[in-house]
Design a protein around this ligand. Structure first.
Ligand code: UGA
Length: 435
């Protein structure tokens, strides 16, 4: 099938490469010439396991091309919209990239073409854009097909997702859109991936409510961590125990620094803002609390660090292990780890930070946080060790080796990811989160 992908960020770059890998003819467009040049040269613009290989395979097949020229999408049957919807100044999603993408795509649409939205948008956006598209090009149809990929597993989640959701209009156009998307995703569908056909508004809501639920689950366990801390309980044991109930499930019940990244934090705020506009703000009132619990975790770590250093971090040497918002990523957007490192610098600590992938991205937004090239360099002569992203490299550190490097054997495990017994046996004072 001839496909275009508009927007080559996280979502678009992975989607475009994966679609070519599946055998489709893909043209991928972005307004950023540097990004396009790098992708065309087979260079992934961000750290994502499996993407360089998928991209190389796609380029070698000759089935993908990258361009800044929108005119090249002409002739594609399916046009995926994969541009960003960042947080605007009021918390609501900034729709300018989506609107601009649709406006610049419209001149190249033909009757029978499908515009398929993948971006996370405020409910109601698809209906508005669908009207614009069919007014401009009678016979062209806009549908919504939200994406659920996780960073770190983006290729796998794109090629074999948990489910497909197609938001389509009633009638023939909707049926034709379903048939077109079935062709795009034929391989995963043949392997039994569930596919739900819904209306436009439901498709938009599925995406944002899934993220709101995940954020709520994380803040729930972090609220339990706050209680466990004052009650003298262990939130990790609590999560294990409640997680055995199938209705609850153990996944996304890891207490720690809370959620960050380019999706969960901005999505819960955008969802609240949209509910307010729709006059049902109270329905999502709890999301303000979810956000507040989440942000409290960061302040709490800074306070704990001061306590562990006898009252203040000022003038003390702190090793920060991890800056990315989660492991297997170089993404530091709204990263709790980077936020905490910057707070400690502001409080006067001498911070040496190391992340296996995110040093360069962190340096761009928080140049005041000094980064080093290895965990050992960060750890040398440290008065306190903070583990802020649960990379395997940190989980697997030998505490006896670390003990020889640091000035004082004190570790704050912000992700409850270390083997407490082993670190204690090596002479460390180990402070976890909510335990
Ligand atoms: C999230 C969703 O999980 C995806 O399904 C969705 O497609 C994506 O947003 C999106 O909207 O594009 P992602 O941002 O890659 O994916 O990250 P997650 O794996 O959800 O992790 C988010 C944050 O929650 C991370 O900072 C992670 O450390 C934190 N987290 C996760 C916890 O603090 N505890 C947990 O138990 C799980």
């Amino acid at each position: 099938m001839r496909i275009s992908v508009i927007g080559c960020g996280y979502l678009g770059a992975v989607h475009a490469a994966s679609m070519a890998k599946l055998g489709h003819e893909v043209v991928a467009v972005d307004v950023d010439p540097v990004k396009i040049e790098r992708l065309a040269a087979g260079e992934a613009p961000f750290f994502e396991p499996g993407l360089p290989e998928t991209l190389a395979e796609a380029l070698a097949s000759g089935r993908i091309r990258f361009t800044t020229d929108m005119a090249e999408v002409a002739g594609s049957t399916v046009h995926f919209l994969a541009v960003g919807t960042p947080q605007g100044p009021t918390g609501a999603a900034d729709m300018r990239y989506v609107d601009a993408a649709v406006a610049s795509l419209t001149p190249y649409l033909t009757a029978g073409a499908f515009v398929v939205g993948k971006s996370t948008v405020p409910v109601g956006t698809a209906a508005r854009l669908a009207a614009e598209v069919s007014a401009a090009v009678p016979g062209a149809t806009l549908v919504w097909n939200p994406e659920f990929l996780r960073e770190g597993f983006a290729v796998q989640d794109t090629v074999s997702p948990d489910r497909f959701v197609y938001g389509v209009p009633d009638g023939d156009a909707g049926q034709r859109a379903v048939a077109a998307l079935d062709e795009v995703y034929a391989q995963a569908l043949a392997a039994g991936t569930p596919r739900l056909v819904v209306d436009l508004a439901t498709a938009e809501l599925v995406k944002i409510s899934a993220n709101a639920f995940l954020a709520t689950k994380i803040s729930f366990i972090n609220a339990m961590a706050e209680i466990a801390e004052v009650a003298g309980a262990d939130v990790t044991a609590l999560a294990d125990a409640i997680g055995y109930d199938d209705r609850i499930g153990r996944k996304f019940l890891n207490a720690g620094l809370g959620f960050g990244g380019g999706c969960l934090p901005k999505d819960i705020r955008a969802f609240q803002a949209r509910a307010d506009e729709l006059g049902v703000g109270r329905s999502l009132g709890f999301l303000a609390e979810v956000d507040a619990i989440n942000l409290r975790r960061r302040a709490h770590v800074a306070t704990l660090a001061g306590e562990l250093l006898g009252g203040s971090v000022a003038g003390r040497r702190v090793a920060v292990l991890g800056l990315a918002f989660k492991p297997n990523s170089d993404d530091v957007r709204d990263s709790p780890a980077l936020d905490i490192a910057a707070r400690l610098v502001e409080l006067g600590a001498t911070v040496l930070a190391y992340d296996p992938a995110a040093n360069h991205t962190a340096a761009r937004v928080r140049p005041e946080v000094e980064t080093v090239d290895s965990a050992a360099e960060a750890l040398r002569d440290a008065d306190l060790v903070l583990v802020l992203t649960e990379w395997a490299e940190f989980r697997e550190l030998d505490p006896r080796v670390v003990a020889d490097l640091v000035a004082a054997p004190v570790v704050l495990d912000g992700r409850n990811c270390l083997d407490r017994d082993a670190w204690t046996a090596a002479g460390f004072t180990v402070r976890g989160m909510g335990r």
